[in-house]
Write a protein that binds this ligand. Structure first.
Ligand SMILES: Nc1ncnc2c1ncn2[C@@H]1O[C@H](COP(=O)(O)OP(=O)(O)OP(=O)(O)O)[C@@H](O)[C@H]1O
Length: 248
């Protein structure tokens, strides 16, 4: 399968700190690729580097066959977003004082009113994230943590995107909300949207991932199929420090 996004030997420095040490990563078109790894492994830095929020000091980032990052490449974050990549950061970037509706409208670059957003697309978002419809006119700050995450992802999908980068959508959510999130992401997967998803929750990763890349210490130390990693306890233990007990 051809890669929509490809990172080759990507290094990132943040100030004096050398954080990414040659990241190689392939995100095939139409798949959900999980990016796993312990705290501090470099997952968020990888997403930020793809978006051009941190510049890659070495290596190369290609999106749909075009260089968007790396030494000598001058694509800005707005350029990268316009090329069709949406980023849902862990902080979500929601405007708490604005309504759910206004939050969605602000994310639709081309639309001046909600009527200008493709109604089919809006219906699709309502099906995937029922809370968006239910709390349509509520200030977004009143939503629960999980509902805010759903809104953040819906914002990223309000216009067609080629690739979605999502950072730990299950973080801090109660188990029932995690299940809702998994169900919504499964719906998204069914549309063959290409996704790179950072997760700490291995149960979520196992349910959703087609491919998987595991990071450690600023580089990718394993890449393969999620189904293989899900069946291999020894590999999980070695790469992620998971024990059998953590699967219960
Ligand atoms: N702004 C920054 N300045 C200095 N160091 C940073 C900065 N942001 C991240 N780092 C360091 O870079 C390393 C990778 O961090 P990153 O947030 O990418 O890891 P992560 O795998 O996403 O971890 P987590 O799961 O805890 O979010 C960590 O050691 C972190 O302390």
């Amino acid at each position: 399968m051809s890669s929509l996004l490809s990172l080759q030997g990507v290094h990132t420095h943040i100030g004096a700190y050398h954080i990414l040490h040659g990241v190689d990563l392939e995100v095939p078109a139409g798949e959900l690729t999980m990016l796993l790894g312990r705290n501090g492994a470099g997952k968020t830095t990888t997403l930020r580097t793809i978006m051009g929020l941190w510049p890659a000091s070495k290596g190369r980032i290609d999106f749909d066959g075009r260089a968007i990052g790396g030494a000598g490449v001058k694509a800005s974050t707005p350029d990268i977003a316009c090329s069709g990549i949406a980023y849902v950061p862990e902080s979500m970037g929601i405007f708490a004082d604005l309504t759910v509706r206004e939050n969605l409208l602000l994310a639709a670059r081309g639309a001046r009113s909600i009527e200008q957003i493709d109604t089919q697309r809006l219906d699709w978002l309502f099906t995937m994230f029922p809370a968006i419809k239910k709390f349509w006119l509520y200030p977004a700050g009143k939503l629960s943590g999980g509902q805010k995450q759903m809104l953040a992802i819906a914002r990223a999908l309000v216009e067609p995107r080629r690739l979605l980068l999502i950072d730990e959508p299950s973080k801090g959510l109660a188990p029932a909300m995690v299940r809702n999130m998994v169900a919504a992401l499964r719906e998204l997967k069914a549309t063959q949207t290409t996704v790179l998803l950072v997760e700490q929750n291995f149960m979520v990763a196992r349910e959703l991932g087609d491919g998987v890349a595991v990071m450690d210490n600023g580089s990718v130390v394993h890449a393969g199929r999620m189904a293989e990693l899900a069946q291999d306890d020894e590999m999980q233990q070695r790469l992620l420090g998971l024990s059998l007990a953590s699967h219960q």
